[in-house]
Design a protein around this ligand. Structure first.
Ligand code: DGL
Length: 264
């Protein structure tokens, strides 16, 4: 089992912000990344649809005999993890639940969360953080345009910069101690965000998340003891666009387009 692959997925390139941290910590693992680009964006989908989509991706990973699945997607962690977590015999790591606990333990008095419409609507970050620290005031804000900016590689576009700045300005009126980038696509916008607010104000949950996964696999004697295999990348649509948009976090050479049940 320990030498089986690790599955990792997101709606698109966002999950690569997590993948790049995992590779640094666990270079010997065999990773299978699935970018569900045919169903992008997840943030405006219903819970029922997201459960169907995530179930199909888990089935895909089951066929690949993975030892664990990394939900490198806040939206599906918030909306589908509770429903699906007991249906599979591999380990499942949901980003929101794992990271919120660690952030709560930092004892911040206030924290902002930027995330998709679905994640914000679920209040998952607020609930999970306040479960461990009810003294933390959490300001939640959806940024529905950001995923498309990242997937289309438009970070430097004038309109994108304006949009990101105007969303950030709204959050800054709350004067939060930290701002959690609660969608794995958002760290791709760090260069824009840090034009208008200090870098250390932002929390990229990928770092906390990868550390937790590495520890947990180790504690469960699930770390690979064989030499590293090349990661495999799958998308459900637009492989060229995926390669283009991914560059900030990982250089991908080959992507296989695969129509799993995940694609509509
Ligand atoms: N990157 C994902 C997340 O962390 C999904 C974004 C989307 O497709 O809307 O929520």
């Amino acid at each position: 089992m320990k030498n089986n692959p690790i599955g990792i997925f997101d709606s698109g390139v966002g999950g690569l912000s997590v993948f790049s941290e995992l590779v640094k910590l666990l270079p010997n693992e065999h990773y299978i990344y699935y970018g569900d680009t045919a169903n992008l964006p997840y943030g405006d989908k219903t819970q029922a649809r997201l459960v169907e989509i995530t179930g199909n991706i888990f089935d895909f990973f089951k066929q690949k005999n993975v030892k664990a699945v990394v939900m490198a997607c806040n939206t599906t962690s918030a909306m589908t993890y509770d429903t699906l977590k007991d249906n599979y015999n591999f380990k499942i790591y949901p980003i929101v639940q794992i990271v919120s606990k660690q952030i709560a333990l930092k004892n911040y008095k206030t924290a902002g969360v930027f995330a998709t419409k679905a994640t914000i609507g679920s209040h998952a970050y607020k609930k999970e953080i306040q479960k461990y620290n009810d003294n933390c005031t959490v300001f939640e804000q959806a940024c529905p345009d950001w995923v498309n900016i990242v997937e289309n590689n438009l970070q430097e576009d004038e309109r994108s910069i304006k949009q990101v700045k105007s969303d950030l300005d709204i959050m800054l009126t709350n004067n939060p101690e930290k701002i959690i980038l609660g969608c794995t696509h958002y760290p791709y916008l760090m260069s824009v965000l840090t034009k208008y607010a200090p870098k250390d104000m932002f929390i990229n949950p990928a770092e906390y998340f990868a550390k937790y996964i590495a520890e947990d696999l180790k504690n469960n004697d699930l770390l690979s003891n064989k030499p590293h295999k090349e990661p495999e990348f799958f998308v459900s649509a637009n492989p060229k666009q995926f390669i283009n948009a991914s560059k900030l976090f990982y250089t991908i050479r080959n992507v296989c387009e695969i129509a799993t049940g995940a694609a509509v």
